[in-house]
Design a protein around this ligand. Structure first.
Ligand SMILES: [Zn+2]
Length: 284
């Protein structure tokens, strides 16, 4: 089962461009060469994916052959995302995306728009997408991120910049899940004026898993940990940017992303997330 899970993660879920060059590590980057823009397709190139690319289009059938289809939310058989979990995900999706803030609020965050509440099946789906190797859930989550982007500023020339994954995380997961989600979400926006996704940020030092840390530790963990990829610095200068991430919790990650984009000359207008943790309710 573990071997199958590893195999699952090692195969890209989107058809790759045969013209893609082999993966090359560039200047201490993470070995995953990505290029912004619609022409980049999935934009993800990995060294081990090439020999098995012919399998990709037959992948769903192959998965069902070697692995019984289990719901990623509740492990019910025969469906990879069952109707009950789909209904629960919908129940945690806001009727309209709305602005949100972490608790406590952070003055160094741009306005953040969320499409859902990080709980129930929506939380499970995000965790499974990111750490469970369930890239198939992207089709259920991309529409939420697209909705959050529709509720965010979209001036001409807008760049959508995903929060980066560490090189180690990309190797472990086989992809940068937030970047892949951002590309899927932007593809759902109207073609006219569609923003460009640019993986402009990189993780510049080792960081711990934010989900295992408290509020203060999260800020310290990511402070100064992101920077614009050097060859893209000029691409950010003066450009309007909306950051995207899967979840808003303390805001530490998005605040660090904001700092890094601004350091490269970009103008951060906002951030869009799939879900935000529920804020502590105050009376009234
Ligand atoms: Zn289910």
């Amino acid at each position: 089962m573990q071997a199958v899970a590893r195999l699952l993660r090692s195969v890209p879920d989107a058809p790759a461009d045969p013209a893609d060059p082999p993966s090359a590590s560039v200047g201490g980057a993470d070995g995953r060469t990505t290029v912004g823009g619609a022409a980049a397709g999935s934009g993800t190139v990995r060294a081990r994916s090439r020999p098995i690319r012919p399998l990709v289009q037959a992948w769903p059938a192959l998965v069902d052959l070697v692995l019984p289809a289990l719901c990623a939310g509740c492990a019910a058989p025969d469906r990879r995302w069952c109707s009950e979990c789909a209904a629960d995900l919908a129940a945690h999706t806001l009727a309209r995306p709305r602005h949100t803030q972490p608790s406590p609020p952070r003055p160094d965050l741009p306005p953040v728009v969320t499409a859902g509440v990080y709980a129930g099946a929506l939380r499970t789906a995000l965790v499974q997408l990111k750490d469970g190797g369930r890239a198939d859930l992207r089709e259920h989550l991309a529409p939420l991120l697209a909705a959050a982007l529709r509720g965010s500023p979209r001036p001409p020339g807008l760049l959508v910049v995903p929060m980066p994954s560490s090189a180690a995380a990309v190797r472990r997961r086989g992809e940068a899940p937030v970047e892949a989600l951002a590309r899927a979400a932007v593809a759902l926006l109207p073609a006219a004026g569609r923003p460009r996704v640019v993986a402009a940020l990189q993780v510049t030092r080792r960081v711990a898993d934010q989900s295992e840390l408290g509020i203060a530790a999260r800020s310290a963990n990511v402070a100064g940990a992101y920077a614009a990829r050097s060859r893209r610095v000029s691409g950010l200068a003066g450009r309007p940017v909306v950051l995207v991430d899967d979840v808003l919790t303390t805001g530490a990650t998005l605040a660090e992303g904001t700092r890094a984009v601004r350091a490269a000359g970009g103008r951060v207008l906002g951030a869009a997330v799939v879900a935000a943790t529920a804020r502590r309710r105050s009376a009234g």
